[in-house]
Design a protein around this ligand. Structure first.
Ligand SMILES: Nc1ncnc2c1ncn2[C@@H]1O[C@H](COP(=O)(O)OP(=O)(O)OP(=O)(O)O)[C@@H](O)[C@H]1O
Length: 254
């Protein structure tokens, strides 16, 4: 359930990439909020600023102006190392298109890592990891290495790893980009189940309207701005989302 608590507040974020030849205004006064338990999808044309936004939310890059507040922490305080690394570890779970699992570690060990980094004790670690592996339907694969798993199974491991510490926010970048339709559907259902079970807040960037139908809300980006919004409450209409996306694609050629 989405509740009224605001987890992430993006306040007038702008980003200008400066170079000798020209300046690129990649984000222009972006404002939005994410509530606890909400899944928000960001869709947009190529070059509309999605990766720039993800980098800023993940404390990998600084905005030129504006600020973000995550779980009450003001972003102005977090962009310098080593604080940024601690901030990421404590507040953000990442899910990537290419899974980014550690290839020499087993499924269980990959899921364990964030708990070790956050200094959970060994009893808690064992219990949490076993529970997560069961929830993800990966019990049979617990001691296998990622290379022995299908793409969908690997992405389930990545979801388990991102959510195991129930961070304030999960950032997902094209999480179905390497998966076929059926596997994407299976992975998205797992993600939605996890979201409900842990009241987890998730922001995902996607080109895939199927992904957006599972979100609670979609923000459409074009040329560094939010130009449309769609409330789907987890049962979005793929035709309607496609229609809005086509509209943005049309704007691109104007
Ligand atoms: N490091 C950089 N230096 C200069 N310009 C950049 C840099 N990174 C991105 N840009 C520019 O900023 C704008 C937004 O880029 P961004 O990568 O955020 O878009 P995107 O929506 O993620 O695109 P795509 O869907 O193609 O990945 C683009 O015009 C891009 O060329």
């Amino acid at each position: 359930m989405v509740n009224s608590q605001i987890v992430l507040s993006v306040e007038k974020i702008s980003k200008i990439y400066e170079s000798a030849e020209s300046n690129v205004h990649a984000l222009k006064n972006i404002c939005f909020q994410l509530r606890k338990g909400e899944m928000l999808a960001i869709m947009g044309t190529s070059g509309s600023g999605k990766s720039t936004l993800l980098n800023i939310l993940g404390a990998l890059d600084q905005p030129s102006s504006g600020k973000i507040k995550l779980n009450g922490i003001d972003s102005n305080d977090i962009f310098d190392e080593p604080r940024a690394t601690d901030y990421r570890r404590e507040n953000i779970g990442f899910i990537f298109q290419n899974f980014n699992l550690l290839k020499d570690l087993s499924v269980a060990e990959n899921i364990t890592l964030p708990l070790i980094l956050q200094k959970y004790n060994s009893k808690e670690i064992e219990q949490k990891v076993n529970e997560m592996i069961e929830l993800m339907g990966l019990t049979k694969w617990k001691n296998h290495r990622p290379v022995e798993l299908s793409g969908g199974q690997q992405q389930r491991v990545a979801i388990g790893r991102a959510i195991i510490t129930t961070p304030p926010i999960i950032l997902a970048d094209e999480l179905t980009g390497n998966l076929d339709f059926n596997t994407s559907t299976e992975v998205l259902k797992v993600l939605v189940d996890m979201k409900k079970q842990f009241t987890q807040s998730i922001l995902l960037v996607t080109h895939d309207p199927l992904v957006a139908t599972y979100a609670d809300r979609v923000l459409f980006f074009h040329d560094g701005q939010i130009i449309d919004e769609y409330h789907c409450s987890g049962t979005g209409d793929i035709e309607e989302i496609m229609g809005k996306f086509q509209n943005i694609l049309g704007k691109k050629s104007v």
